[in-house]
Design a protein around this ligand. Structure first.
Ligand SMILES: Cc1cc2nc3c(=O)[nH]c(=O)nc-3n(C[C@H](O)[C@H](O)[C@H](O)COP(=O)(O)O)c2cc1C
Length: 351
């Protein structure tokens, strides 16, 4: 944790040197992870509102659906306005057919980075040979990276880098991330994120940061370390252990889009940002609700808001009833009313 004593002692640390992904220089080496069902346009807007982050990622997007011009899938892509809104954005695609992956890039109008998903452990993804299933096929991985890099050059020119996000291997007995990373780098990727778990592990156990260090040693391109990072102490430790060039943060941002700005301020020696009061936390949740409904309409916006609202309330005392009611609410005004009732209830308890 940063305090007065150690402010300014971090000049030799990786997070204080600029992370360059291809020609893209990031203003911070902290990156928001791609999270399906979470890091959509409203969530990214909240992260920007709270102070931003070095780079943020979309949810994973099907290369096949992009090529078929599926309208629902197209909505997952960043708009021109978002692209122009300062924080660089990485569009993550998934699939297993090099030609389709190549062609899908043409359907992405705005991106600062194209990322390839090689780590998703979800059963339906693995069954199709996508995501984490790729980790068992070195040849295919090489072909996919080369194809996406070529598609990206054709569509965007040289200024949009291609990256990949991998895990340590498929299983504990088949750890191959260092070798896979070499193949990815050789075929034209500009950086690799490594989540320190195997595909088989899904999200169980603890991320193995020592195993990420082996990947850093295997390639010359930047490695972004990922898995179980939630505090500035975690950032210290993962960078010390891995010697990675940046850190990716996922679950710590659920219901807490401000955590990225908080960690960056702490890490850069600017001290801790003021802790949010309960009122401020609720304001943030309600803003997220507004943005969700603005962008997705009330029916879908409310449906998707439910899980986010519960995440905002994680650890908030006396919120059990509020949570039970929020998941039943059908309109923005109902949700807003429930939060107001809760605030009044808590206020009365203080008196
Ligand atoms: C709800 C959820 C959705 C996720 N979706 C994706 C995804 O679309 N693409 C991807 O590469 N990883 C995805 N992940 C994995 C995260 O990007 C990250 O690698 C993982 O959560 C470990 O980081 P963390 O410990 O900071 O959360 C997802 C994780 C969660 C919790």
């Amino acid at each position: 944790m940063i305090n007065d004593k150690n402010i300014g002692e971090r000049s030799d640390n990786a997070l204080n040197s600029i992370l360059k992904i291809g020609e893209l220089c990031l203003k911070s080496n902290i990156i928001l992870a791609p999270m399906a069902g979470v890091t959509d346009s409203p969530f990214r807007q909240m992260v920007r509102f709270c102070g931003g982050v070095g780079l943020m990622c979309t949810e994973m997007i099907s290369s096949r659906a992009l090529v078929f011009n599926d309208q629902k899938t197209r909505k997952l892509l960043p708009t021109e306005a978002e692209y122009k809104a300062q924080t660089p954005i990485s569009v993550q695609i998934f699939g297993n057919n090099p030609q389709v992956m190549h062609d899908s890039v043409e359907h992405i109008p705005y991106a600062n980075v194209i990322d390839i998903n090689m780590g998703c452990p979800a059963k339906k993804i693995i069954k199709n040979g996508d995501g984490g299933a790729l980790m068992r096929d070195k040849t295919l991985i090489g072909e996919i990276v080369a194809a996406v890099a070529e598609g990206t050059r054709q569509h965007f020119g040289h200024h949009i880098p291609v990256t990949a996000k991998i895990r340590l291997g498929c299983t504990n007995d088949t750890i191959n991330a260092p070798e896979i990373a070499e193949i990815i780098a050789k075929n034209g990727a500009a950086a690799i994120t490594v989540h320190g778990r195997t595909v088989e592990q899904e999200y169980r156990g603890k991320a193995d940061w020592n195993a990420i260090a082996d990947v850093v040693k295997s390639v010359d391109i930047p490695i972004i370390a990922n898995g179980d990072v939630a505090t500035s102490e975690d950032i210290d430790t993962i960078l010390d252990i891995t010697n990675a060039s940046g850190v990716m943060i996922g679950r710590a941002a659920l219901g807490n889009p401000r955590v990225l700005a908080e960690l960056e301020a702490e890490y850069k020696g600017l001290g801790a940002l003021p802790k949010l009061s309960l009122d401020a936390k609720i304001e943030l949740a309600l803003k997220h609700l507004d943005v969700l409904v603005d962008i997705k309409g009330e029916r879908i916006g409310i449906k998707e808001a439910r899980k986010h609202m519960l995440w905002y309330l994680k650890g908030v005392a006396h919120a059990q009833k509020l949570k039970q009611n929020l998941v039943k609410a059908n309109t923005k005004e109902q949700m807003r009313g429930l939060f107001n009732e809760f605030k009044a209830y808590i206020g009365n308890m203080d008196v």
